[in-house]
Design a protein around this ligand. Structure first.
Ligand SMILES: [Zn+2]
Ligand SMILES: [Zn+2]
Length: 112
């Protein structure tokens, strides 16, 4: 399968595990990203959560303890929208943003 760098990263498989408190995204290039719920909530890119930070990279993400990811929705072809247990659902996480905050050792902490 050809994968071009200019292309948006595409989630091939999204799995929400309530027991593990983790969201898994398998990307179409085979990469697996693991997002704990509190990390994902802390990474919310909406204006309210992001505040005055114009750029958000994963080194600035402060996990929001005790929050559960209740549901997710595909937002067109480019993003995911999450509903958290604190009733927050305004964050639109684009695929490229989600990929950029992947915590694994293979993904460099680049500024988004
Ligand atoms: Zn938010
Ligand atoms: Zn990664």
């Amino acid at each position: 399968m050809a994968y071009s760098q200019d292309e948006q990263p595409l989630p091939q498989n999204v799995r929400l595990s309530e027991e593990e408190g983790t969201l898994y995204i398998r990307w179409h290039d085979g990469h697996l990203s693991v997002y704990p719920f509190d990390y994902l909530r802390g990474a919310c890119p909406c204006a309210v959560c992001k505040g005055h930070h114009r750029k958000l990279d994963r080194t600035q993400i402060v996990p929001r303890q005790g929050v559960i990811l209740v549901a997710y929705d595909m937002e067109g072809k480019y993003a995911l929208r999450f509903l958290f247990s604190d009733a927050h659902k305004t964050g639109i996480y684009t695929h490229s943003y989600l990929r950029s905050i992947c915590k694994c050792d293979h993904c460099p902490a680049e500024t988004f």
